[in-house]
Design a protein around this ligand. Structure first.
Ligand code: IMP
Length: 190
């Protein structure tokens, strides 16, 4: 069965393509000649994931899925949340985003979690899958790996930030890995 991953991020697409069960062929947006940008205008991860998956499904009529992720920090009442990519403004800048979080957080509660939601749109309707990882926000960035907020996020049960952990470890335990695992379990049982 052909499936489309509604992302322009080729790295993400390759990673997910390698995880799909036998019988599935993953198409990229380039494969279906979809070149538009889909603005994330909803105020929930579910809403934005659906927006992207639905736009692609409408364009090609193939089962399509999209993901959306946010970092939710208790001391900031859940911010940056759905606005994680551009918390410090456009264009997206990870260093500025982390700096803004650290400045705003001060001595407030540092518990946080990453959450990924995937929306899958097929002729039968919409299915959602999600994954979360809890942790805390460090007082300063640590490590050079990963991307986004990785240097300031330390997952529960570890003494290193996401940016200090080997990518193989992060990619097993992360919010995104857990969400994709449940999408794949669903597809395997179809
Ligand atoms: P997206 O929905 O995957 O594009 O993620 C939105 C934003 O959340 C990204 O631009 C990053 O700032 C942040 N983010 C998502 N996943 C991660 C992660 O695994 N580590 C650190 N930051 C992330």
């Amino acid at each position: 069965m052909e499936l489309v991953f509604a992302t322009h991020n080729t790295h993400k697409a390759q990673e997910v393509g390698a995880m799909l069960p036998e019988g599935y062929i993953l198409k990229s947006l380039a494969d279906i000649s979809f070149h538009q940008d889909i603005p994330e205008t909803e105020n929930t991860l579910e809403g934005n994931a659906l927006l992207k998956a639905q736009a692609v499904f409408d364009a090609c009529q193939l089962p399509s899925f999209a993901d959306d992720t946010g970092l939710f920090i208790s001391g900031l009442n859940g911010a940056p949340g759905v606005l994680s990519a551009r918390y410090a403004g456009s264009p997206a800048d990870s260093v500025a985003n982390m700096q803004k979080v650290l400045t705003e957080l001060g001595s407030a509660k540092r518990e946080a979690y990453f959450r990924t939601v995937i929306a899958l749109v097929t002729v039968e309707g919409v299915h959602y899958f999600s994954g979360e990882i809890a942790g805390k926000i460090l007082h300063e960035p640590r490590g050079a790996g990963g991307f986004g907020y990785d240097p300031i996020f330390m997952p529960e049960g570890y003494d290193r930030s996401f940016a200090e952990l080997p990518s193989e470890v992060k990619n097993k335990i992360s919010h995104r890995a857990l969400a994709f695992k449940s999408l794949i379990a669903f597809l395997s049982n179809l």
